[in-house]
Unconditional design. Structure first.
Length: 72
């Protein structure tokens, strides 16, 4: 009985160590990369007056809107 409990604790300990190892290897790298990318996205881009005049909104045709939404 005590051997069974000891083996169960050993297996749970190994599982916990594997979880910590994978978090250490894969967890932090991904999170830091996302933070770096998000920090770069927040920067304002300077737009010249010419680019601002050329950037106009284009409206969808009614037929395209109906086919995109699935409402007929």
């Amino acid at each position: 009985m005590s051997l069974t409990i000891f083996l169960a604790f050993c297996i749970l300990g190994c599982d916990f160590l594997l979880y910590v190892l994978f978090q250490w290897i894969y967890g932090e790298k991904h999170r830091n990369a996302v933070r770096r990318r998000a920090k770069g996205i927040g920067r304002a881009r300077v737009v010249s007056p010419r680019e601002a005049a050329e950037a106009t909104l284009r409206a969808f045709s009614p037929e395209a809107m109906r086919s995109r939404t699935g409402f007929y």
